[in-house]
Design a protein around this ligand. Structure first.
Ligand code: C2E
Ligand code: CA
Ligand code: CA
Length: 604
C-alpha cells in the first residue's frame, strides 16, 4: 500500500512539484486509507513558529488561525507534539488541558467538521530538527488505531523527506543569492530585488552604488586577505547604515543599496557611509591598518523623468562612474547632464590617447616674470595637442584627460621628456634658464615612482635636474586623510626637487597644512587676481604673501591680464607673476627668442 504513495511522492519531488502540492497529495492519500479522518500538515520554522502547509479538507479559517503560533508544551496537539518531539493524542479537544487555551479553535473545528479529537505526530529531520507536524482529526472522541499508526508512520517519513528536500533547495537558492564573503545579497539577488521593487511600484525608490577606492592597490600592496577584510568591513558598515536586506555586493569592489527616498535621503545616507568608512581605521573592533575610502553615485525615481529598471540602474551607474572620475571619496547624484559630461570626457581621453600614440603632444611654455623688471625668471610647461589638421588644443579643453588616472602617467612621461629635451636646447644656446614648472597629477603619485621617472627623463636628454619645479594642484596635494601626496612631496623635496603648490586658494589647504608639509613655491590661483578689483582678493593675496615670505616660500600670482593688476600686485609686495599680460604659452623656439630679447614681453 504505501509503496505506491512513496513512488508518487518521489516522482512529485523529481518533477519539482511544490511542497504544498506534495503535502496535499499525502493528506489525500492518508484520508482515503483512514476512513472519516481529516488530515493536515503544518511546518515549524527555525524560530519555532507553526505555518499551515497542506490539508484542504480542514477549514481554511482554522488553518489561517494556526499560522505564526509558537510551538510549546501545552500548545494544542500539533504545538505540543512538535515541542516534545513525540506523538500527542488528544481524545477530547474540549476537555483536554492541552487545548484549553484554544477553545475558539476547537469550536471552529467542531462547527465546520464535527471534529472532537486530534492526534498529531512530529515530522523530524534526519539531523533531529523538528520540521513540522502531521495531524489526524477525528469526528469522535478517540485516539489512533494500529492501522492509522502504520499509515501515519509512512506519511510522516515521506513528509520529512519532502520538507528536508525543500529546505535544501531553499538553502541552495539562498546561497546562489548570497555573496559568501560578506553574507550580503549578490548581484543576482540585487537585480531580482530591484525588479520586484519596480514591479511593486515602490515609490519613491532610490538606488545608491558604492565603490571601494583603489581596492586593487590594497590587494597588491597588503595582500588579498587584507583586501577581503576591507570588503567585509565596508559591507558591514553599509548594511548597518542602510537596511541589511537592501544592501548587496554587486561587484568585487562595489555595493548597491536600495531605499525608499529621494535626493535628501541619498545625500544623508551616502554622507553617513562616507564618514563611517573613513573611520574604519580607528574603529574599536578590528580596526583596519589604513583609512579606506569609497565613492558613491545614486539616483531616485523622479516622476518628471520616468524610466524602466535597467535605465534606473544605468543612471546610478553613470553617477558612480562620474564620481569615480571627478569626485573620488564623494557622492554624485545623477542628473541628465551627466551623460553628456561623460561623453565629453570620453572625447577628451580619445583626443589625448591618439595624440600620445601619434606623437602629437607638444610642450608650450608660458613665462613667469619678475614684476619689478618684467624679466623672465621661469617658465611653466603647458601641454598642447596638435590635431592632424595642425590646430592646437590647449590643456584646459582636455581637463578630463589631464586628470585621468590612467592617461596621467603617460602624459607626464611625455611632458618630462619634452621639457628635458627643451631645457637642453635652451642651455645649449646659453639661455639663462632658471626654473621650468611641470604639472603632475594624482596618477603620478599613485604610481609611486615619480622621482625615478624624472631622473630617467632628464638623464636621457642630459638636462640638469635643478631646473625643474613640480607643480602640484592643491586638490591633489590635499588628498584623503592619510596625506599620501604630502608625504610623497616631502620625500621628493628631500631628494632635492623643487615643488610648487598650484591653484592655491581653490582647495582646502590651510596655513597649518603648509607649516606641516611645506613647499618651495605657491601659485596663487587666478581667481584671486581676477577678484582684486573688489578688494577681497587683495586681502587674501596680502595675507598669503606675508605668510609665504615668513615661511621662506616664493609666491607667483597667476592669471595677470591687466597692467592695473600687475601694479597692484607689485604694490602688495608680490615679486613674481604669470599671465596673458606677459605672454601666452609659446613654442620652445619662440620662448628662446623671448629670452634673447629679455627683458621683454612675449606674446603668442
Ligand atoms: P594651470 O597649471 O593652472 O595652468 C595655467 C593655465 O592658465 C593654462 O591653461 C594657461 O594657459 C592659463 N593662463 C595663463 N595665463 C592666463 C591668464 O592671464 N588668464 C587666463 N584666463 N588664463 C591664463 P591651459 O594650458 O589650458 O592648462 C589648463 C590646466 O591644465 C593647467 O592649469 C593644468 O592644471 C593642466 N595642465 C596643463 N598642462 C598639463 C600637463 O602637462 N600635465 C598635467 N597633468 N596637467 C596639465
Ligand atoms: Ca600649473
Ligand atoms: Ca594654476
Amino acid at each position: 500500500m504505501p509503496d505506491q504513495l512513496q513512488q508518487d511522492i518521489l516522482a512529485m519531488v523529481a518533477r519539482g512539484c511544490s511542497v504544498q502540492e506534495t503535502g496535499e497529495h499525502i493528506c489525500r492519500h492518508a484520508e482515503r486509507l483512514a476512513d472519516g479522518v481529516l488530515c493536515s500538515i503544518v511546518t515549524v520554522d527555525h524560530a519555532g513558529l507553526i505555518h499551515p502547509l497542506a490539508g484542504s479538507s480542514i477549514s481554511p479559517a482554522y488553518s489561517a488561525a494556526l499560522d505564526g503560533i509558537a510551538i510549546g508544551p501545552g500548545v494544542g496537539s500539533c504545538g505540543t507534539a512538535a515541542a516534545l518531539r513525540k506523538p500527542v493524542a488528544v481524545e477530547d479537544i474540549f476537555s483536554d488541558p492541552l487545548w484549553a487555551p484554544y477553545q475558539g479553535l476547537a469550536e471552529m473545528l467542531h462547527k465546520a467538521h464535527g471534529v472532537q479529537a486530534c492526534w498529531s505526530s512530529p515530522i523530524i529531520q534526519s539531523d533531529g530538527r523538528v520540521l513540522g507536524a502531521f495531524g489526524f482529526y477525528y469526528k469522535s472522541r478517540r485516539g489512533p488505531t494500529a492501522k492509522e499508526r502504520a499509515i501515519v508512520a509512512k506519511c510522516v517519513d515521506l513528509c520529512a523527506l519532502v520538507l528536508e528536500r525543500d529546505e535544501a533547495r531553499a538553502e541552495n537558492k539562498r546561497l546562489t543569492h548570497i555573496d559568501i564573503l560578506t553574507g550580503l545579497g549578490n548581484r543576482a539577488n540585487f537585480i531580482q530585488t530591484l525588479g520586484e521593487a519596480y514591479d511593486a511600484g515602490k515609490s519613491p525608490l532610490a538606488l545608491l552604488l558604492i565603490d571601494i577606492d583603489s581596492l586593487g592597490h590594497v590587494n597588491d600592496i597588503s595582500g588579498q586577505a587584507v583586501g577581503d577584510r576591507v570588503i567585509r568591513k565596508i559591507g558591514q558598515t553599509i548594511a548597518r547604515i542602510a537596511l541589511p536586506g537592501m544592501t548587496f555586493r554587486v561587484d568585487a569592489d562595489e555595493f548597491a543599496v536600495l531605499l525608499e527616498g529621494t535626493e535628501v535621503d541619498l545625500s544623508r545616507i551616502s554622507a553617513e557611509i562616507l564618514q563611517a568608512v573613513s573611520g574604519e581605521e580607528t574603529s574599536q573592533t578590528d580596526p583596519l591598518p589604513f583609512a579606506p575610502s569609497v565613492t558613491c553615485g545614486g539616483t531616485f525615481l523622479a516622476a518628471s523623468t520616468p524610466c524602466d529598471a535597467s535605465t534606473f540602474l544605468q543612471r546610478a551607474d553613470l553617477a558612480l562612474q562620474h564620481a569615480k572620475q571627478t569626485a573620488r571619496g564623494r557622492f554624485v547624484l545623477y542628473n541628465d547632464d551627466l551623460a553628456s559630461a561623460i561623453a565629453q570626457r570620453f572625447r577628451a581621453l580619445q583626443t589625448v590617447t591618439s595624440a600620445l600614440a601619434e606623437n602629437r603632444i607638444e610642450a608650450h611654455y608660458q613665462p613667469i616674470i619678475r614684476l619689478a623688471t618684467r624679466e623672465i625668471v621661469g617658465l611653466e610647461a603647458l601641454c598642447r595637442v596638435r590635431t592632424p589638421e595642425g590646430k592646437i588644443i590647449s590643456a584646459g579643453q582636455l581637463a578630463e584627460a589631464m586628470e585621468d588616472l590612467t592617461l596621467g602617467n603617460f602624459l607626464t612621461d611625455r611632458m618630462l621628456a619634452l621639457v628635458a629635451r627643451d631645457i637642453r636646447y635652451w642651455l645649449d644656446q646659453d639661455i639663462p634658464l632658471q626654473h621650468v614648472g611641470v604639472n603632475v597629477s594624482m596618477a603620478d603619485f599613485l604610481k609611486g615612482n615619480l622621482h625615478e621617472r624624472i631622473v630617467a627623463a632628464f638623464k636621457a636628454h642630459g638636462a640638469p635636474l635643478e631646473h625643474i619645479v613640480l607643480e602640484v594642484t592643491e586638490s591633489v596635494y590635499m588628498d584623503g586623510s592619510d596625506r599620501i601626496v604630502a608625504r610623497a612631496i616631502e620625500q621628493l623635496r628631500g631628494e632635492g626637487l623643487l615643488v610648487a603648490l598650484d591653484d592655491f586658494g581653490t582647495g582646502f589647504a590651510s596655513l597649518t597644512h603648509l607649516l606641516n608639509f611645506p613647499v618651495d613655491m605657491i601659485k596663487i590661483d587666478r581667481s584671486f587676481v581676477a577678484q582684486m578689483a573688489t578688494g577681497r582678493g587683495e586681502i587674501v593675496i596680502k595675507a598669503l604673501l606675508d605668510m609665504a615670505t615668513g615661511l621662506g616660500m616664493r609666491v607667483v600670482a597667476e592669471g595677470v591680464e591687466t597692467t592695473e593688476q600687475a601694479i597692484r600686485l607689485e604694490h602688495l609686495g608680490c615679486v613674481h607673476a604669470q599671465g596673458y599680460l606677459f605672454g601666452h604659452a609659446a613654442s620652445r623656439e619662440q620662448t628662446a627668442e623671448a629670452f634673447l630679447r629679455r627683458p621683454i614681453r612675449i606674446s603668442a
